[in-house]
Design a protein around this ligand. Structure first.
Ligand code: GLN
Ligand code: ZN
Length: 762
């Protein structure tokens, strides 16, 4: 019998109940018991749902109060010393202290949280394990066993999920030893895993899923050997258990050999990201191994085209026999929203194209039913699916007349400014009069409670359009006055009209749809609701021109137009899967290009196109980088190159790790770039020693993520340090990022100091 399976289900509940419970617990309004009951109720719902929908292998230990990597840290007892854990089961206080840090309280000093990092190439963030040299590990949490038993009590036999030892260690870092290799701790770590597996066996588990997604990234021989050794030890420990190793987010490539040599009972592959390897895996699969086919996209919101998925599964069943085949999503469904039935505002046609976690589980069950002669053929579901696929292929909502033609008409000239930077700089200096070390900000000003209240009231229809517009105008006017008073050189309108830098534009572009409940976890209790690009992108009318023009009408100083770049729009959305991402990105770039051109026509002399997500779009495998960077850079240039020499294009990126993409950053050919630098004490600017940067640049001189006010001396000192690698002529003075998360009184002080520092440099 072919097995229908899942690798993990979203954990927050249909209506984000867990978010509310956990945040209430932190705030002291929900007690511990109530919070834990909410978590248990969600687990129960998820298990029952997956069983009802027809899954045979249902995951457990995929739930979490904060993060699954943090759960593993508790399980293997890798609690950093600063949390003062003295052994035994990790308390909730300690668990959340690791996640969020603690603030000073009387005698007690505050403790910083663990570092957060992106989970592979997703928008999920995990807490980075911290290890010490020679550290040992002990089982300090029995969560996987507790949840297995909890499900068992409900009559549901689950397949516990554990993050594999090699991936776990590779996600971590050696504290105080930047070059130390956590994999050196593998031997010490394995006993903790062996204990867990032993306990799971005693509890009655048979299959256990071990996630080793590092099989999808570049590994060296040592790392591959560690992975093989680690899994072999686990396999030996639980002789009664059947282990299935899961890899996802990519194909195996040069890791195929080690994957196929693992002494386990099953291997899960991501056939959405890596469809090309199936036949070579089938050919080499050891007798005792089952193959789990990840044919339903766990990273996106589209309905699976069932016919080809069924063909892949049948083909595998023919080759291996139905006993050795499992069917599931490509990865855990953590990265998709919970349930499409929660969307009341989407029309039926749109819904027929979409699938959230629950619908994806249904698809898995449908595929298995279609190939398994013992089950009833799901005729209706298959017919509905075929119809939806056909409408997606031909719908005029998706394929908008004129867009493909415009794309085909992109010429090489459209990707270049008319003149090289030195000439543009001269042309710009004539119309934009700026002192040396010009000062500016990154775009947004504080999003106060009042702004959010007005926006929500307007969205509910309680605040009229007129009143809302007038309110925004007043906000802009006071932002302009504020900046003039401080003596900033290039002003911004402050972005009070934007809820979010992507959503605001998505709501005003055709080809995009927003959901009411399409939340996915970003980190801890933080959820994001990425808009969905379902069709060809078209900008029906100018988006930002009115606000920018209004702001400019209030001042003689130049006001910067403020746009979100095409790569960031793409990266922070759910993206259509019926054409290459590069093509969708080009469509976005043309829309931004139109907006840039309209801003220029309206008299805007400086236009900033933000690309904070450029770097995070990098593929997992280094050999795939050049292709991505080529089209990402091309899209930025397509968006930005349509203006006259005298119009100044800015871009902004808010991360310090630019060394890896520094050449691509140069290739953007923006006249001015602002980027984060202050958190690394400007050290990251060293990257420009080896790769001299010709255009203007504003390394952020103070960290906006902290309420701390930087002094004039500190800022001045950072500027001096920048001059080690950059010239006076190219240096701008600005904060690290937008100011929307700060308070007005905080930014007033900091910006005052920033302006004073720039003046003293002059
Ligand atoms: N212009 C945006 C702002 O200031 C940029 C945000 C970002 O870089 N993430 O808020
Ligand atoms: Zn930023």
């Amino acid at each position: 019998m072919t097995i229908a399976t899942n690798l993990g289900f979203p954990r927050m509940g249909r209506n984000r109940e867990l978010k509310r419970a956990v945040e209430g617990f932190w705030a002291g309004t929900v007690d511990e018991t109530a919070m834990l009951e909410t978590a248990a109720a969600i687990r129960k719902d998820n298990w029952l749902l997956q069983r009802r929908l027809g899954l045979n292998h249902i995951p457990s230990n995929d739930s979490s109060l904060y993060d699954q990597v943090l759960d593993m840290t508790a399980m293997v007892g890798a609690i950093p010393r600063r949390y003062g854990h003295e052994g035994g089961i990790v308390s909730l206080d300690t668990y959340f202290a690791m996640a969020r840090g603690t603030t000073a309280d009387g005698e007690q000093d505050g403790v910083p949280p663990m570092e957060m990092k992106k989970w592979f190439d997703t928008n999920y963030h995990y807490l980075v394990p911290e290890f010490e040299r020679n550290q040992t590990f002990t089982m300090f949490s029995t969560k996987p066993i507790d949840e297995f038993l909890e499900a068992k009590a409900l009559g549901i036999h689950t397949r516990p999920v554990l993050l594999g030892p090699t991936t776990y260690l590779m996600l971590g870092k050696m504290a105080d030893e930047p070059d130390g290799d956590p994999l050196a701790l593998l031997e010490n770590l394995l006993p903790a895993y062996e204990d867990i597996l032993k306990r799971l066996t005693e509890a009655g588990a048979d299959w256990v899923q071990i996630d080793e997604p590092v099989l999808s990234i570049d590994l060296d021989d040592k790392q591959r050997a560690a992975l093989g050794r680690g899994i072999a030890r686990l396999a030996a420990a639980g002789s009664k258990l059947r282990l299935i190793v899961a890899t996802y987010f990519g194909d195996l490539r040069d890791n195929m050999k080690v994957a196929l040599a693992l002494p386990v009972s099953g291997l899960h592959l991501d056939l959405v990201r890596g469809p090309g390897e199936l036949d070579s895996v089938i050919a080499k699969l050891p007798e005792e191994m089952s193959l789990s086919l990840g044919v339903v996209d766990g990273r996106n919101v589209w309905r699976t085209d069932l016919a080809p998925a069924i063909r892949v599964v049948s083909h595998t069943v023919n080759a291996l026999g139905s006993e050795r085949v499992m069917v599931g999503p490509s990865c855990s469904l953590l990265h998709t929203p919970v349930d499409l039935d929660n969307e009341r505002d989407l029309d039926n046609e749109m819904k027929s194209w979409l699938a959230f976690a629950k619908q994806k589980v249904e698809e898995v069950a449908t595929i298995v039913a279609a190939v398994d002669p013992a089950r009833e053929t799901p005729t209706q579901a298959l017919a509905a699916n075929a119809k939806a696929m056909k409408s997606r292929l031909s719908s005029a909502r998706i394929h908008r007349a004129g867009v493909a033609e415009r794309l085909a008409a992109i010429t090489p000239e459209m990707l270049h400014r008319a003149s090289p930077f030195p000439e543009r700089r001269k042309a710009q200096a004539k119309v934009i009069r700026l002192p040396a070390f010009p000062t500016t900000t990154i775009g947004s000003f504080p999003q106060t409670a009042e702004i959010r209240k007005m926006r929500a009231g307007h969205a509910r229809g309680e605040v009229s359009d007129r009143r809302y517009q007038q309110f925004l105008k007043n906000e802009i006017a006071s932002a302009i006055k504020f900046q003039e008073k401080l003596g900033l050189d290039v002003l911004v309108h402050g972005e009070p009209e934007r809820n979010d830098m992507v959503e605001y534009f998505a709501e005003r572009l055709e080809g995009y749809v927003s959901t009411a409940n399409g939340w996915v976890q970003s980190y801890g209790t933080r959820m994001v609701k990425p808009p969905i690009i379902f069709g060809d992108i078209h900008r029906p009318k100018p988006i930002t021109v009115t606000w920018t023009k209004y702001a400019q009408s209030l001042t003689k100083r130049p006001v910067k137009g403020m746009l979100t770049g095409p790569v960031t729009m793409l990266q922070w959305s759910f993206v259509r899967d019926d054409q290459p991402r590069s093509e969708t990105c080009r469509q976005l770039a043309l829309a931004v290009r139109d907006e840039v051109s309209d801003l220029e026509k309206a008299g805007t002399r400086i236009i900033q196109i933000d690309e904070p997500a450029m770097r995070e779009g990098l593929p997992l495998r280094q050999e795939d980088w050049p292709d991505y960077l080529a089209w990402a850079v091309e899209c930025f240039r397509l968006a930005s190159s349509g203006v006259a020499d005298a119009t100044q294009v800015h871009t902004h990126m808010c991360y310090a790790a630019y060394d890896e993409i520094i050449e691509a950053i140069s290739d953007l050919d923006a006249d001015v770039i602002s980027m984060e630098s202050s958190r690394s004490g400007m050290d990251k600017l060293r990257a420009f020693e080896d790769h001299p940067y010709a255009n203007d640049i504003g390394p952020g001189v103070y960290d906006i993520h902290s309420p701390r006010v930087a002094s004039t001396e500190e800022i001045r000192e950072r500027l001096e340090r920048s001059l080690d690698v950059l010239s006076r002529e190219q240096l701008w003075v600005n904060p690290d990022c937008g100011l929307k998360t700060r308070r007005w009184d905080e930014i007033e002080e900091s910006l005052k100091h920033m302006v004073a520092a720039a003046k003293s440099m002059r």
